[in-house]
Write a protein that binds this ligand. Structure first.
Ligand code: HEC
Length: 193
């Protein structure tokens, strides 16, 4: 509604005057939004006694800036959604340098950027290990073991990866047990779709 009324009025003042007028005295002849809406919903009732002039000014101001206001709100929620967990932080710091989260990005010009992968793609890795371990407990145990002491015999992901990339180095010392637990939880819940 706001977008349409903005195109139908020439200035903020005209927009405000229209709203003020319409709130007090809705009239089919005055409608700028279109008579189809009146047919569909019926004419809006007058709010003459509901809002005083000061309130109407505030309201028209809010409406005039509506898009801006909602966009700001959306920006705020996006930040909240993006808040990262401890597990994700640990992964970014200790694992992502080898285990890519993204395989490639297609730029707007259609050119494909792919990463050089030095270890299995994390999404594939998690999916396979979940299948091989069968429970969160075993999954966690395996990660704990492998991060501290990677060994060919222990591999569940498959020896092909070891042949292709070499054995993963031990990260014992760079992560404590709590960190590894947090990391396993993050990986177990990793969205592999
Ligand atoms: C220096 C590079 C490097 C880093 C850093 C690294 N990895 Fe790896 N990782 C590898 C490579 C290479 C493989 C494939 C060979 C293998 O399985 O050992 C692998 C395999 C794995 C496997 C599969 C093991 C198997 O064969 O079944 C797990 C689980 C794993 N990594 C977890 C982690 C976690 C969790 C971190 C972060 C704490 C991490 N990795 C950090 C290189 C790395």
């Amino acid at each position: 509604m706001v977008a349409k009324l903005k195109t139908k009025t020439d200035s903020k003042a005209e927009f405000a005057t229209f709203i003020k007028e319409y709130i007090k005295n809705p009239d089919k002849r005055k409608s700028l939004y279109g008579k189809r809406a009146i047919k569909k919903y019926g004419l809006m009732p007058s709010l003459e006694n509901v809002l005083d002039d000061k309130q109407i000014v505030k309201l028209t101001d809010f409406l005039y800036n509506y898009e801006e206001n909602t966009m700001l709100k959306e920006k705020k929620t996006r930040i909240v959604v993006k808040k990262i967990t401890k597990g994700e932080k640990l992964f970014t710091k200790n694992c992502a340098v080898c285990h890519a989260k993204v395989l490639g990005i297609t730029n707007s010009d259609g050119y494909e950027n792919s990463y050089i992968t030095t270890a299995p793609y994390i999404s594939k890795l998690v999916a396979k290990l979940k299948e091989k371990t069968g429970s969160q407990e075993k999954f966690t145990q395996f990660i704990e073991e492998y991060v501290k002491d990677p060994e060919k015999r222990k591999s569940l992901y498959g020896k092909r990866a070891i042949k292709e990339y070499g054995l993963m180095p031990s990260l014992e010392g760079s992560l404590n047990n709590d960190d590894i637990k947090e990391l396993s939880k993050y990986l177990y819940n990793y969205d592999t779709n």
